[in-house]
Design a binder for this molecule. Structure first.
Ligand code: HEC
Ligand code: HEC
Ligand code: HEC
Ligand code: HEC
Length: 721
């Protein structure tokens, strides 16, 4: 019924009829009439359950239930992690959307177990869950998952810190995924038969069930069965038990059987003891320790992070190598027993296994690792030295020092760069000797970490602080961090909005903005006429005069910009496409906001053939934006020109068409009115069209251009009142 179970068969010696009768009697003894009411399950629950199961760590021990491979490199909260590197429009990623709680799980989901990897492939067999639908209904399973240690105090199935809604969603998902057929589903109409229950009680005693199970009203039997494994006796775990064997029958694989029968080690060895516990509790399904490998490469994709730019360290649980020398003993206990966590970006959760079960392991870790690193003092500075050390530590962490806050949050304040581990917890978490070694040579303690060497070879990269003395700098950082929550933020963690100016020539600033979307550009000119370009739309969206922009870091890695004067909006939809007919509706999309950052229809522009292809900045500082519409490549650049009475922005398009074709350019939004044959106005903006231009007869200003094969160009001018 439950493949791989550690519950031995105790009725194996009985003939089939007697066996069935005994099982029935025991059932009436153990179960009572009350059954929890089945809960209404929704498709949303199921989808959430599926996402949780495949992202928070269940997979580490149970394996995936579906062959869906999550792309671990995809950012799960916000598709903009690649903001700076990649200006291509984000591909729709149904899996990432799903993980963020978006779409339903209905499409593309293979049937239960159809393509799941086989257990034989693995060195660490997955714990099968294929029995759960026949054992639990969703409500019962939710209760178990919410507090597994209450029912199973041994801690093999740890507490994953689920809230009730999560437990319920997982239960709904698991009972639906493991459903084999309806015949085996739990019976909801059970009535206890007292006569059978009495017989069950006798069997419970006779078969010594209480040797392994606690049950009120029963007493554990004395251990009077002897079996000398060392003398070669194999007792209950012998491979083929004799026909008259009356004890429990175990199904063990050969490795386990051999391990159980192996002679016990004669001398106590802390490391061997640690290994034993790490394997028993499956810590090694998530953590490396020394030579022992951690996450199964086949399951690696299920370990996810919101900060992919911080590398594997942000995704894979930290190594436990030297952990007894790394963590402060109190912190180690808090992680193991009080749910202390410092890595909110890691999707996988560190489970709780129960204090009684792991007390010994904590002591052994502290003992085994106690002396692996040479001691390192962090003397508390006094007098003037104290203030100097504090200021130096603060400067070193900031952007004018070693830039640590570009990858680390600080005291709850988000980093303007990547949202790595909050450094304020350092003295509480880490032992001085480990930190000192780690800062100077991060790779020796955490191989592969993206953290740069700020004291390469022990020599300070920043010579200007504390005379470039490495130890003085490391100690200053420690001392500064010991100020805890009262420490003043290091420079750069939350810069005040800064005003950008255009000092001669042209200034380009990339960032997100309410006027230019998530991948916008602000382009400022010395003449004081500035514009915004939205690269997700291929649209020149706004124009303003006066001061340029103010910029504010928002902690997501992209600066927000805001024009410093009231901008005039030109239009905020896709800039180019081929309309079906002159009066077709121009496709519009719901704007993205901070509150609802996910684009509800990310493929809209792609469906209409638009693709952003990047930009370059010419020797004169003027940017050229490149994009395509279908087969046609378009380059556009804009610059200020002097007209008789005032300045105007001339916007020039250069087309490259493989065959002659027609395109429609949307130059002003709805409400545009015709002023003269060649002039159209919208609010404060007047647009001047090229000679012979054809505006379609519509509400908005859409210019139809007939392109010959090869290169051609056109330009318009915008004047701002
Ligand atoms: C560290 C490994 C580990 C992790 C992580 C883990 N489990 Fe388990 N789980 C086990 C083991 C081992 C068992 C078998 C229980 C036993 O022997 O007491 C088990 C049993 C179960 C059972 C069956 C209980 C029964 O009564 O038959 C369910 C259901 C289950 N786990 C669900 C989950 C879910 C859902 C998650 C993620 C939220 C999860 N597990 C995470 C190790 C793990
Ligand atoms: C040698 C120890 C041992 C003995 C003896 C034993 N069990 Fe178990 N039993 C287990 C273990 C271990 C599990 C958990 C198995 C798993 O989840 O893989 C278990 C699970 C169970 C469960 C499922 C409980 C739950 O909440 O999921 C029931 C019911 C049960 N045993 C009944 C009995 C009865 C009745 C007897 C006597 C006939 C008995 N057991 C004897 C070890 C034992
Ligand atoms: C399902 C995966 C998983 C399993 C199984 C697991 N852990 Fe963890 N562990 C984590 C994650 C994730 C973290 C990071 C938690 C954080 O800091 O937010 C972590 C952190 C830790 C830390 C803190 C390390 C540090 O440098 O901050 C210790 C110690 C630890 N685990 C010990 C254990 C032990 C011992 C076991 C087995 C009894 C175990 N873990 C099992 C996922 C797991
Ligand atoms: C390029 C990004 C980056 C920079 C810059 C950076 N770090 Fe880190 N740092 C990381 C990553 C990634 C981790 C691992 C996070 C984890 O364990 O989840 C880390 C971990 C740490 C840790 C905790 C180590 C542990 O295992 O618990 C400390 C302390 C730390 N960094 C201090 C600093 C200091 C001080 C600086 C500046 C001198 C700095 N970092 C600069 C990326 C960076």
């Amino acid at each position: 019924v439950q493949p791989g179970t550690r519950m031995p068969a105790l009725l194996a010696h009985l003939a089939p009829d007697e066996r069935r009768a005994a099982a029935l009697a025991l059932t009436h003894f153990l179960l009572d009439d009350e059954r929890p009411q089945p809960e209404e399950a929704t498709e949303d629950d199921r989808a959430l359950g599926r996402t949780l199961f495949h992202s928070i760590g269940c997979v580490a021990c149970h394996g995936p239930l579906e062959a869906t491979v999550f792309d671990a490199t995809k950012d799960e909260e916000d598709g903009d992690a690649d903001w700076d590197e990649d200006l291509e429009p984000p591909d729709a990623d149904p899996v990432a959307a799903d993980v963020a709680g978006g779409s339903s799980s209905a499409q593309g989901v293979p049937g239960p177990r159809a393509t799941a990897p086989t257990e034989a492939d693995r060195s660490r067999p997955n714990v099968s869950l294929m029995h759960v639908d026949r054992k639990y209904d969703a409500a019962g399973l939710a209760a178990f998952l919410f507090e597994p240690l209450r029912v199973r105090p041994a801690g093999r199935m740890p507490d994953m810190g689920l809230d009730r809604a999560e437990a319920r969603a997982l239960a709904v998902y698991l009972t639906s995924m493991t459903r084999v057929d309806d015949a085996g589903a739990p019976v909801s109409h059970f009535r206890r038969d007292e006569r059978l229950a009495a017989r069950g009680r006798e069997l419970f005693e006779a078969l010594r069930c209480a040797a392994c199970h606690e049950l009120a009203g029963t007493t554990p039997p004395s251990a009077d069965v002897s079996c000398n494994l060392e003398a070669g006796e194999r007792g209950c775990i012998a491979e083929a038990t004799a026909a008259d064997h009356r004890g429990p029958v175990y199904t063990l694989d050969d490795r386990t059987r051999a391990a159980v029968c192996a002679p016990a080690p004669t001398a106590f060895n802390a490391e061997a003891e640690i290994t034993r516990e790490m394997v028993a509790f499956r810590c090694d399904a998530c953590h490396v320790r020394g030579e022992r490998s951690g996450v199964d490469p086949a399951l690696s994709a299920y370990f996810r992070t919101t900060q992919p730019d911080l590398g594997e360290e942000a995704r894979i649980p930290p190594p436990l190598t030297h952990v007894g020398a790394k963590l402060q003993p109190d912190w180690l206990r808090r992680v193991m027993f009080d749910g202390a966590r410092v890595r909110p970006y890691m999707a996988t959760r560190m489970p709780s296994f129960g204090e009684e079960n792991l007390e010994g392991l904590v002591d052994e870790l502290l003992r085994a690792d106690g002396e692996v690193l040479p001691p390192y003092e962090m003397p508390v500075p006094e007098g003037d030295a104290a203030g100097a050390a504090r200021d130096a530590g603060r400067t070193l962490l900031g952007t004018t020092g070693l830039g640590c806050v570009m990858c680390h949050d600080f005291n709850g304040t988000p980093s303007p760069g990547f949202r790595g581990l909050d450094l304020i917890t350092t003295p509480e978490r880490l032992q001085p000797a480990w930190l000192a070694r780690f800062l100077v040579a991060p790779q020796t303690l955490r191989p592969g970490i993206v953290m740069p060497e700020s004291w390469p070879g022990g020599v300070a990269a920043h010579q200007g602080i504390l005379g470039g003395d490495t130890d003085a700098q490391v100690r200053a950082i420690w001392y500064y961090l010991t100020h805890g929550r009262t420490a003043h933020d290091p420079p750069g963690i939350r810069p005040a909005p800064s005003h950008l100016t255009v000092d001669g020539g042209v200034r380009v600033y990339r960032g997100r903005s309410r006027i230019a979307g998530f991948r916008g550009f602000a382009v400022g000119s010395a003449e004081g006429l500035h514009y915004a370009f939205d690269s997700e739309l291929g649209a020149l969206t706004a124009l303003w005069r006066g001061e340029f922009v103010s910029v504010r870091w928002d902690g997501q890695g992209a600066g927000d910009f805001d024009p410093r004067a009231q901008p005039a909006t030109l239009q905020r939809d896709l800039g180019v496409l081929r309309l079906e007919s002159a009066d077709s509706r121009w496709p519009t999309r719901a704007p993205r906001t901070k509150e609802a950052p996910r684009d509800r229809d990310p493929l809209l522009t792609a469906r209409h053939g638009y693709r952003f292809r990047g930009y370059s900045i010419g020797a004169d500082g003027v940017p050229t934006f490149r994009y395509s519409s279908g087969e046609v490549l378009i380059e556009e650049r804009s610059g200020v020109v002097r007209r008789a009475d005032r300045e105007a922005l001339r916007r020039t398009f250069v087309f490259d068409a493989p065959v002659a074709t027609t395109l429609d350019l949307r130059l002003l939004g709805a409400g545009a009115t015709k002023v003269s044959d060649r002039e159209v106005a919208l609010a404060r903006v007047t647009m001047v069209l090229p000679e012979g231009a054809r505006l379609l007869p519509r509400e908005d200003a859409v210019l139809r251009v007939d392109l010959p094969q090869g290169r051609s160009s056109t330009s318009v001018e915008y004047c701002l009142d």
